[in-house]
Design a protein around this ligand. Sequence first.
Ligand code: NAD
Length: 250
Amino acid sequence: MEIAGTVAIISGSAAGIGRATAVALAEAGVRGIVLADLDEVGNGETARVVAEAGAEPMALRIDVTDTADLEQMYAEADARWGRIDIVFNNAGIVSGPPPYPDSSLATIRKVIEIDLIAVIQSSTLAIRYMRERGGGVIVNTASTGALNPLPSDAQYAAAKAGVVHFGTSCSVFAEQFGVRVNSVCPGVTETAILDKTGGGVRPDWLAPILEQIEILTPQDIAAVVLEIVRDDSKAGEHVVVHNRIKDAAA
Ligand SMILES: NC(=O)c1ccc[n+]([C@@H]2O[C@H](COP(=O)([O-])OP(=O)(O)OC[C@H]3O[C@@H](n4cnc5c(N)ncnc54)[C@H](O)[C@@H]3O)[C@@H](O)[C@H]2O)c1
């Protein structure tokens, strides 16, 4: 898809990967971007930098687990621009301490609701909308945790694996409706979510990992999201963004 002139929706846009992707899309010529997040302060700052980069932002306070919020978001984007071409379902949380299996049942439910159910619900609204208008691209944020064991946050890993397989299951919609659904699987990326993993601090288990790998930046992930958007051959795929192993000799 040619990005210039399109309209995008991004959830989890107030920080990290969502903000970096909003800026990258604006720089690539997106016309309008819905910024959907619970964090109104962070989202306001994203709106400012997106406008500076040349796109028209619409910052909305959205809880992605609230179906009325999601429906209103699609309606408002359509009312303002009359098109929605790109949807990046990216909002996500980790469980935080205590590690699994001591996570509360309420935490397990919340993680699955935000990281999986909300992604499927928003994708569903996007697929139906795009089907009527001849196509579009959806990118959902999974994680390398979808592919590798993550015993400290097994419910997060399960939710992200669900995101990957949801995308795989939607691959036929590319041919049927012109709607491409893909996932991006970031490795460890420098955002605030890493501190939430430890409940406000980086968890002990991360330190030895970070000694071995180069941490990714949110801009690294944004660049891959834009590649997926541009590459019309990608449908039902999950694209992994690997951390490079540090040079042992260095
Ligand atoms: N940072 C990493 O190492 C890493 C690795 C793999 C996958 N991811 C995934 O990347 C995505 C983006 O995370 P990030 O690393 O940028 O972290 P982040 O914490 O900076 O951003 C997550 C955003 O999601 C928003 N959010 C959370 N719950 C929400 C809800 N119910 N409704 C609306 N917005 C909500 C938060 O307010 C926040 O702005 C997440 O899905 C995360 O699981 C991150």
